[in-house]
Design a protein around this ligand. Sequence first.
Ligand SMILES: [Zn+2]
Length: 698
Amino acid sequence: MLPAAGLLVLVAVMQSGTLGAVTPPALAAQATGAEFPRALKGVRNARELAGYRTAGGDVLRSRVVARSGALLAIDPAGLEALRAYGIVRVVDLRVDDEFADQGADPPPFGRKPVLVRLPVRVESMSADWRENYRNLWLENAPALRAFLELLADPANHPLLVHGSAGTDRTGIFAAMLLELAGVERKVIREEHRRTDGSRTIDPAWLDEVFAIWDAHQAGLPGWLEENADVEPSVLRAVRHHLLSATPLAEPAEEAEAREQLAAAEALGATGKYARAVAGYAKLAKALPDTTAGRVAARRSQPNALVGWQWLVQSGPPENRVDIVLLGDGYLLKKQASFDKLAERMPKEFERHSVFGEYFSYHNFLRGNLASEEDGVDMGERSFSTALNSRASDFAQGQVTADHKLVHDYLAQLPHQDGLAIVFVRAGSLGTGGGGVAVIGGGPSNTVFHEWGHAFGGLMDEYSSDVGYTGGVRSGVNVTNSPDLEQLPWKHWIDAGRKGVGAFEGAAGRAKGAWKAMASGCAMASGRDFCAVCAEALVLRIYGQVDPIDAAAPAPHPLADEDPFADPVPPLAADAPLDFAVTVMRPATHALQVRWWVLPEDRVPPAPSPVGGRRRYGDRRDRGPLAVIEEPHQAETRADRDGTHTFTFDPKGLRPGRYRVIARAVDDTRLSGEDWPWVLHDPHHLLRSERGWWVVVER
Ligand SMILES: [Zn+2]
């Protein structure tokens, strides 16, 4: 799943709560509503954006938003003062490199769910700070929008926003809020000047940003709506919260529009696409200034998302590979034919060797895109379609689609992992990469080849020239050197797997590129994958899907414990206790589950990522599990639902704390096969663990 998607989920969850109900419990208990600390040792430029008077005579309220530099060097007294003030969210504007080099704020502020990271970057910093300020504003529309959406929800107040020193990025964000509230420019400049940067701040820098706002005929709000897709309702809410303590009621027309939108969406979910579009068009016309009305306006364009439907729901989207099926060049009245075609796709996956074995690790969602025209761009000829597909200028005219448009439509769906298979009605062959496979026509073996590119990051293994030029990069399944010691798939050769070596001819070249097996891989032609590609795909699936799908009772994690979750007390064991884990179920083989009961001093350490840094945004971030030296107490078998149960019996145990551990592993050994599918799993993606603390009294 993508970080961006995670953020959207967070925002959605918070917006669904009633006013003020989402305050994390641990903080609520500590917050006494104390004033913002006058001085914070070790923290630069810390102050509330409060007390400023607007041109209309209103005063910015306390306890909504504060600004500062990073909290890295805060002292214990300062930490306590901030806790007493009761910050609910910290928005950290530092970019990945700064975050990795400097570290996170001290807990609880540097941890989720308090911490929300919105990296604000500039493509290239220059010596000219006027230009830097301009670019800080212009290049960070998504962060501006996400920040305003957080602030629109009072459950996130008080919120602290900071960068590194709390000068430039933070200053620009603060200026935006003051401007939205209606504070005069000379006061905004004054506020900005209060900042003790390492350099003297020149007010002219901020003027560059003002100039951008002023160039829009509707000023800053207009700029934000147009360039950062900020909803008017979000701006309305932010302005209201900055100035008024009374809860903001949802305007009646917003509620009305929301109802009409839901009704049209229900039609789109049941194949009544034309009626859905009529509903969208009506709503867009009647209530154009509502949030739902704007969605409806998008949906009634000639090229638009007009409906969606889950085709296969194997399990919760959070623990599945969710594939969205889209069509391009399908007119509104031809959606039924796309529906028919899309329905075939999951069945093709189910019949495939690798994807069939792991079929239940996938969900399929159909998204219906109506196109204005039904052709595919070629040469000078251009058609108006939802995804702007085109036949590439390569010799064979492989079909491509506009990936940005694909992701725009994905973002409108209820759930997505940034993964899509696009069927282009009038296209031929296919292309794949970055999570998106584009296929001309309907389901065929081409899908698996392109999905190998799109999902698995695999390279072409055929040697016929399709017009590629330039050097060959090395990947999981193709390399630019035949040196046996350097082969990415060396572990297969070391293990003695027959048929694996270095075979010249790959990546669309006869010379200079080598693959692992002579033939028989879908990345060359055909339907199945070679051993190296199959291994990569299974690892990729497990990069997203945890082998353990559910556990009961609620486990006690060892690492990264969430300081704001209600603490789960250890279990008291005065009688036998039952523990259960439900594991994933491949089609023809079963995961192994083993159980341990360890005294507290024998519990292995929490895993940490290889290289010590979290950097993948997937299950590799957890890191390999530590070895447990003690023998396991039980190996269990699953019931029909994949659930394994273990009974902990305190009888005969000395008083003390114990940890019950369940570990699941997929050994990828299928009956009738000589080799496992995965030989090398450095991050232990195929393994998972749950643990519980149990106290045995005397
Ligand atoms: Zn291969």
